[in-house]
Design a protein around this ligand. Structure first.
Ligand SMILES: [Zn+2]
Ligand SMILES: [Zn+2]
Length: 179
């Protein structure tokens, strides 16, 4: 439990699990994030330590509760879609543009040059665009903006900085601003 939705938490868990060779899955649910993992006890201890120590900048972990799983197996570690149940999780506030996004906005060779609504999983709007939980794009005011192929690719790639960045947009597919 804590602030773990919309802050790059699932790809963070995915990355650590892959590095440690664990199998299982991670999803968002009404309580925060639900992780199912199969592996030996000491590797799982390391996995949980790393979830805390290497967490993404906007994530806040309040508690991690562990329960033994009934006989289950997984052939790989995967990120699954959200489970809708009783909502008790917290949501991140809007965050100022991160240094990496800022560099992209001012880089003439970047796709985000000079797009004012550039954001990623480490920055951008959260609370101000949410209509309901779980925090998925179709539950935000971004639901009406269909991702262009380039943004869709970033959004779908677990190790991309914009993986499941719900407000992600570019000058092709996102909101426009006029002066
Ligand atoms: Zn950013
Ligand atoms: Zn786009």
């Amino acid at each position: 439990m804590g602030i773990v939705q919309g802050v790059g938490f699932r790809p963070h868990v995915y990355h650590i699990a892959k590095t440690l060779g664990l199998r299982g899955e991670v999803s968002n649910d009404g309580q925060g994030a639900l992780i199912k993992v199969v592996g030996d006890r000491s590797t799982i201890d390391t996995f949980i330590d790393k979830i805390h120590s290497e967490r993404p900048p906007l994530a806040q972990i309040e508690t991690i509760t562990r329960h033994p799983l009934p006989q289950t197996d997984f052939s790989d570690f995967i990120i699954t879609s959200s489970i809708t149940n009783t909502v008790r999780t917290k949501i991140a506030p809007d965050a100022a543009t991160c240094p990496t996004c800022k560099n992209e906005i001012f880089d003439p060779l970047s796709c985000w040059y000079p797009y004012p609504f550039t954001n990623c999983t480490h920055c951008g709007p959260r609370l101000s665009i949410i209509k309901k939980l779980p925090y998925d794009r179709q539950n935000t005011s971004m639901a009406n903006f269909n991702l262009c192929p380039e943004c869709q690719q970033d959004y779908s790639e677990p190790l991309n900085r914009r993986f499941h960045a719900q407000p992600t947009a570019c000058h092709v597919c996102g909101q426009k601003a006029w002066l």
